[in-house]
Write a protein of this length. Structure first.
Length: 424
């Protein structure tokens, strides 16, 4: 639905998916005073700052800080936010259809749908495990963990208590490792407050292959992460070379050293894999223009091969020289996409978008993190924690939100820590 006057045609840019790519494209367009109309569509009413979901789980940050509403974030930006689920994308008719029955036509599309969880066809996995990708999932897990500790603290039978206090995390990629480290510091404190013995808590991290963080951008932090997992309030039990074959209610089935084995665990969290978004998989793009996971290739100017009107970035697409699936990649691609949309609207040609990886950051405990800076320097412990937090505060969208969270975080981090130091 382009609006036309006798002189100019105002482009309509539709952004599908409001994650790191989609939201930041809209915000950059607004900062650059883009002349087109911008519509951002997401199924949720809240943006998810995924790297800080661990803080939401631990209670170190709250929902409004980690997952602010699009309404708040886009206020005054000129972007129209539509909360709806995208059902079909027609690249030929240039049209996006939504679950509510409405549709949008576009001059330019920004494809920013991220990825979905993959269970690799493991029986019972979707039904019997928690996912950890949204604010609601982090809060649901927090409630469940608190309830479970409460129940355990009132359970006399030691076998039942043992099962209640065993938490299994499937997948030792970055999310699994950070989750294990966060819980291995947090849960003992919560349980001690209920009068329980924190040493009864077991956090078991189960990995298909022999190494944690295998093939991941955080691989360089492997040794640091392994050490950190052992140094938590309860050491994390690491089970490698243990492919999970099925999940049942409170039960993990896996193989280890050629033998079938089971682990009784009241809470199971699945962080083992991602897959290409189905809407992206269904686009009429030939296999030759996709990688082996079905992700379409984008060209250096960040549009889909063969579709110069469709820009794309983040986890839903890839490049001939792939970038890791990271927020910092999506965030930088968003800036380049917005710049190219502005160029196009000014009759200029799109430019190549460059991504500069600044290094990686991992949360490795309640107040511990590791920063691998440009693959050259590693900073760990509390200083790593401070660097990680300040980096993410810098990335938090819109100055208003940024300032609010910075102020809240600084008062917690600086003033309360100072108070703890001064208190007898
Ligand atoms: C727990 C966790 C921790 C992470 N930690 C880090 C980290 O420390 N550092 C780092 O760099 N990266 C981290 N990542 C990875 C990072 O979050 C992703 O790479 C980044 O979010 C990708 O951005 P995106 O825009 O491609 O997708 P997303 O941010 O996932 O956004 C996709 C959006 O599309 C929307 N959507 C999907 N389908 C539909 C539909 N049918 N209709 C409407 N809307 C839809 C979703 O609601 C979502 O808002 C982490 C990821 C997770 C899960």
């Amino acid at each position: 639905m382009s609006t036309s006057t006798s002189q100019t045609v105002i482009p309509q840019t539709v952004i599908v998916g409001g994650g790191f790519t989609g939201l930041f494209t809209a915000l950059y367009l607004s900062h650059q005073r883009y002349i087109g109309q911008v519509v951002l569509i997401d199924q949720s009413e809240r943006f998810v700052f995924k790297p800080l979901l661990f803080e939401l789980l631990s209670g170190q940050m709250e929902m409004d800080q980690v997952c602010p509403t699009y309404q708040e974030l886009l206020q005054g930006s000129g972007t129209t936010f539509v909360q709806d689920t995208i059902q079909t994308i027609d690249l030929v008719k240039r049209r996006v259809e939504l679950a509510s029955g409405s549709h949008y036509r576009y001059t330019n599309l920004v494809l920013a749908l991220g990825s979905i969880t993959s269970y690799f066809g493991t029986p019972g996995a979707a039904e019997h495990s928690f996912a950890f990708r949204s604010g609601e999932e982090a809060i649901a897990l927090r409630h469940q963990l608190r309830q479970l500790l409460q129940r355990a603290s009132q359970t006399e039978d030691s076998e039942t208590r043992r099962k209640l206090l065993t938490i299994a995390i499937i997948g030792a990629g970055p999310t699994g490792v950070e989750l294990a480290a966060t819980m291995a510091d947090g849960l003992p404190d919560w349980y001690a407050m209920l009068g329980g013995n924190p040493h009864e808590i077991r956090i078991v991290l189960i990995n298909r292959g022999p190494q944690i963080l295998s093939g991941d951008a955080n691989e360089g932090l492997r040794e640091t992460a392994l050490k950190a997992l052992q140094q938590r309030k309860v050491p994390v039990e690491l089970l490698t070379d243990a492919p999970v074959t099925a999940l049942g209610p409170g039960r993990v089935e896996f193989t280890h050293a050629g033998q079938a084995a089971t682990l009784d665990a009241e809470i199971i969290i699945w962080t083992a894999g991602t897959a290409t978004h189905p809407l992206v998989k269904n686009l009429p793009i030939p296999d030759a223009h996709r990688d082996k996971h079905g992700r379409p290739f984008i060209v250096p100017t960040l549009h889909l091969m063969g579709y110069p009107d469709v820009f794309a970035g983040g986890d839903c697409v890839t490049q001939q020289k792939p970038e890791p699936a990271l927020a910092q990649v999506a965030y930088q691609q968003a800036k380049a996409i917005a710049q190219n949309l502005v160029n196009l609207s000014a009759g200029e040609v799109p430019r190549v978008g460059h991504v500069l990886l600044r290094g990686t950051l991992m949360k490795l405990g309640a107040e511990a993190a590791a920063a691998d800076i440009f693959n050259r320097y590693e900073i760990t412990g509390k200083l790593g924690h401070t660097i990680r937090h300040l980096t993410y505060l810098e990335m938090l969208p819109t100055p208003a939100h940024d300032l609010k969270v910075t102020a809240e975080w600084l008062s917690e981090e600086v003033f309360h820590r100072a108070k703890r130091t001064i208190d007898p």
